[in-house]
Write a protein that binds this ligand. Structure first.
Ligand code: PEP
Ligand code: MN
Length: 282
């Protein structure tokens, strides 16, 4: 490869992630679900897997509301080392049970290269969290397995850096990458982060990869999540990642931003109307 080519990292990107490399949208198959096609894909569930009863109950609830993928963290990246760190491997077993009961595919986070083979046995989609967006050995490790990867934007990273992180995964051999805008850190302190709504149409122009939005972590307060979800679909997101808990006041992590089952059902009905206007469905 020419040195001049290696050094050309500024957009327009002449790389695997680029629209210049592939003009058509990439559509990723997860079981019988397609991400990046006409259907809006909603991934929903608790921040953390807490118990068998909790994950199975919420899996059934989100399925009934027409979510198509179950989310839930077993390995949790927490700001404080004293906070609940997730159930670890036991959490993966519980996600597998919820999959057996509901048939919903699973998305769950992997935090280190050494965990990739274990998590890949249980996860239909491997999640790379915002804090690990530039963990390059981890990006290469998920690039070497076949599971689709949900790559979350770092809280202080540009869209170009997000695309370069996706390029690490793709250039390691895994072309099934889903990008996720989850809010960035700004001077605004009224909300947890600031959803960068610009990111969706801008990324759609820069890349052929599917883009989903996580309104839960972006705003950090349950009562605002549905409004942001509507906005995300309106600007062209291919799906959502939403935290839902059977009993948000009792959640071990991120209860403040978790929707109740009732709020989630409303969210689904409202985004369906917006999807229809754009000739899409849920
Ligand atoms: C999550 O989705 O559970 C999570 C930890 O999100 P983020 O990496 O975006 O903070
Ligand atoms: Mn969370």
């Amino acid at each position: 490869m020419l040195i001049s080519h290696i050094n050309r990292i500024a957009p327009p990107l002449n790389m695997l992630v680029s629209r210049k490399y592939r003009r058509e949208n990439t559509v990723i198959d997860v079981g019988n679900i397609q991400i990046g096609g006409d259907k809006i894909v909603v991934m929903a569930g608790p921040c953390s897997v807490e118990s068998r009863q909790q994950i199975i109950e919420i899996a059934q609830i989100v399925k009934k509301a027409r979510a198509s993928i179950l989310r839930g963290g077993a390995f949790k990246p927490r700001s404080s080392p004293y906070s609940f760190q997730g159930l670890g491997e036991q959490g993966l077993h519980l996600l597998a049970e919820a999959h057996v009961v509901t048939g919903l595919p699973i998305v769950t986070e992997v935090m280190s290269p050494s965990q990739v083979s274990l998590v890949a046995e249980y996860a239909d989609i491997l999640q790379i969290g915002a804090r690990n967006m530039q963990n390059f050995p981890l990006l290469c490790a998920v690039g070497r397995v076949r599971n689709p990867v949900l790559l979350k934007r770092g809280i202080g990273n540009t869209l170009e850096e997000l695309l370069l992180a996706a390029e690490y995964i793709m250039s390691s051999g895994n072309y099934n990458v889903i990008l996720c805008e989850r809010g960035i850190r700004t001077f605004e302190s009224a909300t947890r982060f600031t959803l960068d709504i610009n990111a969706i149409p801008v990324l759609k122009e820069m890349t052929h990869l599917p883009i989903i939005v996580d309104p839960s972590h972006a705003v950090g307060k349950a009562r605002f999540v549905t409004a942001l979800a509507r906005g995300a679909i309106a600007v062209g997101a291919d799906g959502l990642l939403v935290e839902v808990h059977p009993n948000p006041e009792e959640a071990i992590s991120d209860g403040e931003q978790s929707l109740s089952p009732q709020m989630f059902a409303t969210l689904m009905n409202e985004i369906e109307c917006i999807a229809r206007m754009l000739h899409r469905s849920i």
